[in-house]
Design a protein around this ligand. Structure first.
Ligand code: ADP
Ligand code: MG
Length: 226
């Protein structure tokens, strides 16, 4: 069965977010406190330091991702061609892909026209989605990125052959802090939805357990090119 998802109503959630950040930070803080107490009591073990460091890193990633959200949204919309932008993003993630035995195939309609966008924010979205795709294939596989123009909108599809997402979990995607990963923040998709929404676009996720996941983003073609 295929599950489709559209999100926009879950995005005005500043209060929920603040509560979430507090929660996400409280857990590692409690654990750091505990380990420091052990050490203080003379119960010294070398691996405690490793745990403390990774808990600190965890707090740092939550704070970093949260800062992306807190920054003023959409600074400067400019007409941009998505093909070079997608190529740059693939370039950025190529090392990570190779290390994970993942091959990225790019099928771009080079005649596709422009979208009005805040380039760095769109890059952030594609990076988030590609990272998820890589992380969904611990034993390697292929990611296909397609860019197509469909009338007055552009469609970017990012398809992986990973573990997929079960029906019961798919409606959780985009909720702040929803993650199934040990080192995840559960902020990537939420930020992505927010950015795409600010661009008057749409993001849909469809997935089949053990077959893979497809994320489709549609964005309106820049008016002067429509
Ligand atoms: P994070 O990657 O930090 O966990 P995200 O917001 O990027 O946070 O993703 C939330 C969750 O959605 C992931 O933990 C994972 O369970 C699920 N997910 C997202 N993308 C994929 C994908 N391509 N394949 C399988 N599961 C995915
Ligand atoms: Mg992610």
């Amino acid at each position: 069965t295929e599950e489709l998802l559209r999100k926009s109503e879950k995005l005005s959630v500043v209060g929920q977010l603040a509560a979430g950040v507090a929660h996400e930070i409280r857990n590692p803080l409690t654990s750091i406190r505990g380990f420091i107490q052990f050490i203080q009591e003379g119960n010294y073990k070398r691996e405690y330091f490793q745990t403390i460091l990774s808990e600190l890193d965890r707090i740092q990633s939550v704070v970093n991702e949260f800062l992306v959200l807190a920054k003023p949204q959409v600074i400067n919309f400019t007409p941009r061609n998505l093909s070079p932008l997608l190529h740059q993003v693939v370039e950025l993630l190529q090392t990570e892909a190779i290390l994970n035995n993942v091959q990225i195939t790019v099928e771009l309609d080079e005649t596709a026209t422009m979208v009005n966008c805040e380039e760095n924010q769109l890059k952030q979205v594609f990076i988030n989605i590609l990272k998820n795709a890589i992380e969904a294939m611990p034993n390697g596989g292929r990611i296909t990125i397609q860019l197509q123009q469909l009338g007055d909108s552009l469609s970017v599809r990012i398809q992986d052959q990973g573990e997929g997402i079960g029906e019961e979990r798919i409606q959780k995607l985009g909720e702040p802090f929803y993650t199934t990963k040990e080192k995840g923040t559960g902020l990537g998709l939420m930020i992505s939805y927010k950015i795409i929404q600010a661009h008057q676009g749409n993001m849909k996720i469809s997935s089949q357990r053990n077959k893979g996941t497809t994320v489709e983003i549609t964005l309106p073609v820049c008016a002067s090119f429509a």
